[in-house]
Design a protein around this ligand. Structure first.
Ligand SMILES: O=C(O)CCC(=O)C(=O)O
Length: 268
């Protein structure tokens, strides 16, 4: 299975609509890949909190529309990273805007939105995403012909129990779009490798590049195999990583070194 990770540069001098068009073109250039992965909140920027409400979109908004068309035109599975989702207001509550979520979108090669994942662990402690967005609650996997994806987003990478739940739900390839800052780059690389080794899974971790809201992004998107070997790693700038994944290797590593079978606590 060929996977391409597009590490998008997110800079405030590029209007969101222009970035959307540019990214759709980059997706279309990945013809021949089976799976294309984009980063977290690449439209608005993961730290551009003051623009979240203004740039929020429904699940059939302009980003979803552009990405569905790009997936269809290119004939790829597209993990389109995440958007600021504006959900419908709760029925029964007073009229007003619905809640915001940090929501990942996965499209099939037919351009259908087949799965969404609302980020469970919100970043920011007592500000930003942590107070502006609602948390997701659902563990989401996506069966592809070659592998089963397990979905997580950025800060989720610090919570190994989510990844164990994904493995219990059948995940073999863990996909992590992010807007991870440069000042904690070592954590990013460490966690990506750890999640791959402890879960005997591929990890496709796709970060943003550039600087927005004064926060320099780490870049350094990384693909790690189920034995912990780094198959590809980007530098700090905008870059596309393309890797061949031997999807049968997940079962082989799990059979040859059956640590997952030795779990005692929390085993399903
Ligand atoms: O955990 C971190 O260090 C970064 C997390 C983050 O930036 C995010 O979740 O948006």
């Amino acid at each position: 299975m060929r996977a391409s990770l597009i590490q998008i540069g997110v800079d405030p001098d590029e209007p969101v609509a222009e970035r959307r068009t540019r990214v759709a073109s980059l997706v279309r250039e990945q013809r021949g890949s089976d799976l294309v992965v984009l980063p977290e909140l690449w439209t608005v920027g993961a730290f551009a909190y003051e623009s979240f409400a203004e740039e929020a979109e429904p699940l059939d908004g302009p980003t979803a529309e552009a990405m569905a068309a790009a997936a269809w035109d290119t004939g790829v599975w597209l993990h389109a990273g995440s958007i600021v989702e504006r959900a419908a207001p709760d029925s029964g509550s007073a009229a007003g805007d619905g809640p915001l979520y940090n929501t990942s979108l996965v499209f099939s090669p037919n351009g259908d939105l087949v799965r969404t994942y609302r980020k469970i662990h919100r970043f920011g402690f007592d500000k930003g995403e942590a107070v502006m967005m609602a948390p997701g609650s659902e563990v989401v996997t996506v069966p592809l012909p070659q592998t089963t994806l397990g979905l997580a987003t950025c800060y989720d990478l610090r919570f190994p129990e989510l990844f164990r739940a994904l493995v219990d739900a059948g995940a073999q390839t863990l996909v992590v779009p992010a807007g991870w800052p440069a000042r904690r780059r070592e954590h990013w690389t460490l966690f990506a490798k750890a999640r791959a080794v402890e879960n005997q899974s591929y990890v496709l971790a796709c970060d943003t590049a550039g600087t927005h809201a004064g926060v320099e992004q780490a870049g350094h998107s990384i693909v790690v195999d189920p034995w912990g070997e780094v198959l590809a790693e980007a530098g700090p700038g905008e870059e596309i990583l393309t890797v061949e994944l031997d999807t049968a290797r997940v079962a082989k590593v799990r059979d040859d070194f059956p640590a997952l079978k030795d779990r005692v606590l929390g085993r399903k």
